[in-house]
Design a protein around this ligand. Structure first.
Ligand SMILES: [Zn+2]
Length: 333
């Protein structure tokens, strides 16, 4: 397998936890596991953390750029959760079973309060993602995706009655007709467009900050294959036809519920590329030198390090990507 044929190693797809789905249906087992669990706290869209200034991380697992500056998830015991509910304004919230690793059960607790920062430090997955270990990232991505879904599905889509969380948070069941409703992930393709000179095409969305460019992406429509979606999205946003579509990898993107499926594709009409003028306002073909120089001059900002887009661009660029492309990155807002 040549260098560029290795699967992409994607930052949010590093999970190692055994989800142990067979344990979700046993309420007494779930209750017993909760008593001895390690529990991450997700509230107001953020995770409770041990900030990097308060600990050293000698067990470098290679995931953080500098493990001594890495934030960690602050895992609680069930007694600590009960104490927070009793002594502060945190609501009882929901518990989600996330799985087992080395005989230790992991749960997420989603009790919330006003101004959570008055109690402890909390950070978003965007802020934390590059710091967390493989174990932590799997727990965090699972917890955030579940919490987002539960928050938006308090009612049955069939009869409108209230639903309640069952099976450790893996299902919501209608309290009237007992229909069961499952968490969803919305598939979205993301594509690195190349030409026959091995340049890449990046685009800038109207809503992005100045100088921020990325690869092209869009949600898969009903009845559409991934490959058809790649062809349609590229045609809509950049005005060109692509072929030779090749799968690169996938990662969850729980902002709020996406699953990003990554491809590369080739066009033989690069000069025809033009922005659609609605979603995309600028497109640009880049050689490796042109990309490096634009980043150095700060006329081009790349997407964040935990994104698929960033990894696709780095993989195309080659072994010097970390050195040459560091610095310029930005979130869309
Ligand atoms: Zn119902």
């Amino acid at each position: 397998m040549s260098e560029d044929r290795k699967p992409l190693e994607l930052p949010l797809a590093r999970a190692v936890v055994d989800r142990a789905g067979h344990l979700r249906t046993d309420e007494s087992e779930l209750a017993a596991m909760w008593e001895k669990a390690a529990i991450l706290h997700f509230a107001s869209g953020k995770f409770r953390v041990i900030p990097h200034t308060r600990h050293k991380a000698p067990e470098a697992d290679g995931t953080a750029q500098n493990p001594h500056l890495a934030n960690r998830l602050d895992l609680l015991t069930s007694a600590q959760v009960e104490e927070l509910i009793r002594s502060t304004e945190f609501s009882r919230g929901e518990r989600f079973f996330l799985g087992i690793e080395n005989d230790l059960p992991y749960f997420a607790w989603c009790g919330d309060a006003k101004d959570i920062e008055q109690f402890h430090q909390y950070l978003t997955l965007r802020e934390l993602g590059a710091d967390l270990s493989d174990l932590e990232i799997g727990l965090a991505v699972h917890a955030q995706a579940l919490a987002n879904w539960h928050h938006k599905h308090p009612r049955c889509p069939i009869c409108g009655a209230a639903t309640k969380s069952v099976f450790g948070g893996s299902v919501r069941r209608c309290t009237e007709d007992e229909t069961e409703h499952y968490p969803r992930s919305d598939p979205a393709i993301i594509v690195l467009i190349k030409d026959e000179r091995d340049r890449i095409l990046l685009g800038r969305q109207k809503v992005w900050p100045e100088f921020r460019f990325s690869t092209f992406a869009g949600f898969v429509e009903p009845g559409e294959s991934f490959e058809q979606c790649v062809v349609r999205e590229v045609n809509e946003e950049a005005g060109i036809h692509v072929s030779e579509i090749r799968y690169l990898g996938s990662q969850p993107w729980p902002f709020p519920a996406s699953l990003m499926i990554a491809f590369e594709a080739i066009t033989d009409t690069p000069d025809a590329a033009r922005p659609d003028g609605e979603e995309i306002v600028e497109v640009i073909w880049l050689t490796r030198d042109e990309l490096k120089n634009a980043i150095r001059k700060q006329t081009l900002l790349l997407p964040p390090k935990i994104s698929v887009a960033r990894k696709m661009i780095e993989a195309w660029y080659g072994p010097d990507a970390k050195r040459d492309l560091s610095g310029g990155e930005t979130w869309r807002s």
